[in-house]
Design a protein around this ligand. Structure first.
Ligand code: M6R
Length: 614
C-alpha cells in the first residue's frame, strides 16, 4: 500500500509531487506529506492527516519552492493515521528525509539497536527506522548516500520502495525497492520516481521498472545509475510506456466508480480486440499459441487471487472445467501461501489480479514457481510485479481502475477467462464446435447488452433509495451466478458499509434463512438459466417469511415479475456469460446506495486499491 513520488529536475517539484499523489491516492489516503529542498536550500516538510487535499491546505501558505522533493500518501500499517506517523520521516540530524511503501519486519530490533546508539523516534512507524538506519550507516562508516542506502538495506527484512533526499546534496535522489513497486521516468534533464507509471506518464514515456533489491541514483546532469545491494552496476532497461491519460480522470462522471461501470462496454471491446476474430470464427490468445503444449498438458489449474479477482476466479473455474475438462481449484492467495499446498510441476498456477501488486498473490506465485509449476497471469496493470513474475499471461486491457471498488476489472477478468477457456478448449479438443461458435458470437454481443443495462441507471438509482435504511443484505445465486452473488455483496459492503453476505441460494435453508424478516433485503440473481425453477422455489421461501426481494432477472421473465415487487431486467444471454450481465445492476445498486448515504464511494474507509501488504 502507500504511494510514493519523487522528482528532481528543472521544474518546480511541488506541483509534480502533488499531482502524482492525487494519482496514487488509490494506494492509501490516511495521511500525506511532502519534503522539498527549497530554492534557499531549506528542507521543508509538510504533512497532514487525511487525504492529499488536506496536505494541500496545510502547504497553501508555506514555501513550496524547490526543484527536488519527495512525497507520500499513506495506508497505515504500523501506527495509526496521524500527522506524526505521516511520511516523509526525517533523520536524527535533520539531514535525511525518506518516504517508504512496504513493511519492515525487523523494525523493532533495529529500532532498539538505534535507540541504544542515541537515536530518538518520533513516530510509531516501521519507516522511521529506515531513515535513522541509513543515517547511522552513512555517518558511522563515512559512506556516500547511495552506498549508505545499499549497506542499510542489507540489514533490513521486509518489503520496501523508498526514496531518500539528503539536504546536503540537492542534486541527488536515491531510491530502492524490494517487493514493492517502483518506476523511474526519464525526462529531459529530470527524473520522476513513483509507485506506478500514472504520475509520470504526462511527463515522459521513457520508464525504468526497478527490480527487487535494486538501488537507483537520480542525479542532475548525470545518466541514471542502477546498482544491486552489493554495489554492482545493473544495466538500465528503459521501456517505452504509453498510458491513456484520459482514463485517469473522471470524464464528467461524479465518481471514478460510476465512470468505470460505464466504461465497461468500451473496455470489453478493447479486451477482445485482436483476440476474438469474427472473420476467422476463432479466439486467438498469444499466451495459448506460444505455450500450447505446456497449457494443454496441465493436469490441474490452481487459481490464486484475492477479493473481486477471487470471485472472477470462481467463474473461471466453471469456464475452464466446462470447456477444457481440466480440474480447477480456486484459492485465496493468502491461505494458499501459508498452508503448504501440494504443487506439482505439471500444474498451471493462474494468478488473477487487477493491480498486479497484491502481496499475497505475488507470494503465492513465487511459491508456485519454486515448486516448478507453470505460472499464468491474468492482470490489468501493464508491467506490474505479477505480470513480470509469471511465465506467460493475458492482460485484461480495461485501462486504469481508480475506484477502490473493482468493477470493470471484474468483467475484464471474466472476459479473458472466457476467451482463455475457449482457446484452450479448442487446443485440447475438448470444446464442442457448435458451442464454441455460439459462445464466441454471443461474447461479442455482451458490450451492447451491457449498454442496455446501463440505460436503466436512473431506475436503479430510484430503487436504491428504498434500501439505504438496511443494516444487512443477503445476495443469493446459483451456478454461474453464485460468484456474482459474492461479488454483489462485496461491492455493497465495501462502499456502503452495510453488512452483506453472498450465498449459494440453496444453502439458504442451512442457516441464513433464520435471518430473514421484513427488514432484510434479499437480492436474488435469478437469470433465466439452469436451476431457474429451483431459485424460484428459494424466492418463495423468502417471500413466505416476509423477506424483501430484489430480483435480477432475464428480460421478460413474467413469472418472477409476478412474485416480487422489485426487479431489474438484464438481456438474455448464454448461461456461461450471464455473470458479465448480472453483475452490472449490482455494481450500480451498491454505488447508488453508497451515494445516497453520502459516503466516499471512490475511497471507502480503511481500504486501499492495491493491497501490497499481507
Ligand atoms: O489488484 P487485485 O485484483 O489483486 O486486488 C484484489 C483485491 O484486493 C480487490 O479485488 C478488492 O477486493 C477490491 N476492493 C474489491 O472491490
Amino acid at each position: 500500500m502507500c504511494g510514493i513520488v519523487g522528482y528532481i529536475g528543472k521544474r518546480q517539484a511541488y506541483p509534480v509531487l502533488i499531482g502524482g499523489l492525487h494519482r496514487l491516492e488509490y494506494r492509501g489516503y490516511d495521511s500525506a506529506g511532502v519534503a522539498l529542498l527549497s530554492d534557499s536550500d531549506r528542507l521543508n516538510v509538510y504533512k497532514a492527516k487525511g487525504k492529499v487535499s488536506e496536505l494541500e491546505a496545510v502547504a497553501e501558505e508555506k514555501d513550496c519552492s524547490g526543484t527536488v522533493g519527495i512525497a507520500h500518501t499513506r495506508w497505515a500499517t504500523h501506527g495509526g493515521p496521524s500527522t506524526v506517523n505521516a511520511h516523509p520521516h526525517v533523520s536524527e540530524s535533520g539531514n535525511l528525509t525518506l518516504v517508504h511503501n512496504g513493511i519492515i519486519e525487523n523494525y523493532a530490533v533495529l529500532r532498539d539497536q538505534l535507540k541504544q546508539r542515541g537515536y530518538h523516534f518520533q513516530s510509531e512507524t516501521d519507516t522511521e527506522v529506515l531513515v535513522q538506519l541509513i543515517e547511522y550507516v552513512q555517518t558511522s562508516l563515512g559512506l556516500s548516500l547511495e552506498d549508505a542506502v545499499q549497506a542499510a538495506l542489507k540489514r533490513v527484512i521486509g518489503a520496501y520502495a523508498i526514496v531518500v533526499l539528503d539536504r546536503r546534496f540537492p542534486d541527488l535522489l536515491v531510491a530502492a525497492r524490494k517487493s514493492s513497486p517502483m518506476v523511474v521516468g526519464i525526462g529531459e534533464a529530470e527524473y520522476f520516481i513513483a509507485s506506478d507509471a500514472s504520475p509520470i506518464a504526462e511527463y515522459t514515456k521513457q520508464m525504468v521498472y526497478l527490480k527487487d533489491e535494486e538501488v537507483v541514483v537520480c542525479e542532475r546532469g548525470r545518466e541514471l545509475r542502477v546498482y544491486n545491494l552489493s554495489g554492482e552496476n545493473v544495466p538500465v532497461e528503459v521501456k517505452n510506456v504509453e498510458l491513456d491519460l484520459t482514463m485517469l480522470d473522471k470524464g464528467g462522471f461524479p465518481h471514478f466508480m460510476l465512470k468505470e461501470i460505464f466504461d465497461q462496454p468500451s473496455v470489453l471491446q478493447d479486451c477482445m480486440r485482436g483476440r476474438v476474430l469474427p472473420e476467422h470464427g476463432r479466439v486467438i490468445l498469444s499466451a495459448v499459441t506460444e505455450h500450447r503444449e505446456r497449457l494443454c498438458q496441465a493436469r490441474r489449474i490452481v487459481i490464486v487471487s484475492c477479493g473481486t479477482s477471487w470471485h472472477a476466479g470462481l467463474i473461471g473455474k466453471q469456464l475452464l472445467e466446462h470447456f477444457c475438462k481440466i480440474p480447477v481449484e480456486v484459492e485465496y492467495a493468502s491461505e494458499f501461501r501459508y498452508r503448504e499446498p501440494v504443487i506439482l510441476p505439471d500444474d498451471v498456477v493462474m494468478a488473477i489480479s487487477q493491480s498486479g501488486e497484491t502481496a499475497d498473490t505475488l507470494a503465492a506465485i513465487s511459491l508456485a514457481r519454486e515448486a516448478g509449476a507453470f505460472v499464468f497471469g491474468v492482470v490489468n496493470a501493464v508491467g506490474s510485479s505479477i505480470a513480470r513474475n509469471t511465465d506467460t499471461g493475458t492482460y485484461i486491457h480495461v485501462g486504469p481502475e481508480i475506484g477502490v471498488a473493482s468493477t470493470k476489472a471484474f468483467t475484464g477478468q471474466v472476459c479473458v477467462l472466457t476467451m482463455l477457456a475457449l482457446a484452450l478448449g479448442e487446443a485440447r479438443g475438448t470444446v464442442d464446435a457448435g458451442e464454441y461458435k455460439a459462445v464466441l458470437n454471443e461474447l461479442q454481443q455482451i458490450p451492447g447488452k451491457i449498454e442496455r443495462i446501463l440505460a436503466q441507471n436512473d431506475r436503479i438509482e430510484t430503487l436504491s433509495k428504498i434500501f439505504t435504511y438496511a443494516h444487512n443484505f443477503l445476495y443469493l445465486g446459483r451456478g454461474w451466478n453464485y460468484p456474482v452473488a459474492l461479488e454483489g455483496a462485496l461491492k455493497l459492503k465495501e462502499i456502503s458499509y452495510i453488512h452483506a453476505e453472498g450465498y449459494p441460494a440453496a444453502e439458504m435453508k442451512h442457516g441464513p434463512i433464520a435471518l430473514i424478516d421484513q427488514e432484510m433485503p434479499v437480492v436474488f440473481i435469478a437469470t433465466h438459466h439452469q436451476l431457474h425453477e429451483k431459485i424460484i422455489s428459494n424466492m418463495q421461501e423468502v417471500r413466505s417469511r416476509n423477506g424483501r426481494i430484489i430480483a435480477i432477472i432475464t428480460e421478460g421473465d413474467e413469472v418472477v415479475k409476478q412474485m416480487v415487487s422489485e426487479y431489474i431486467e438484464v438481456p438474455d444471454t448464454l448461461a456461461c456469460l450471464a455473470p458479465l450481465l448480472s453483475v452490472i445492476p449490482l455494481q450500480l445498486l451498491a454505488y447508488h446506495i453508497a451515494v445516497q448515504k453520502g459516503l466516499n464511494v471512490d475511497q471507502p474507509r480503511n481500504l486501499a486499491k492495491s493491497v501490497t501488504v499481507e
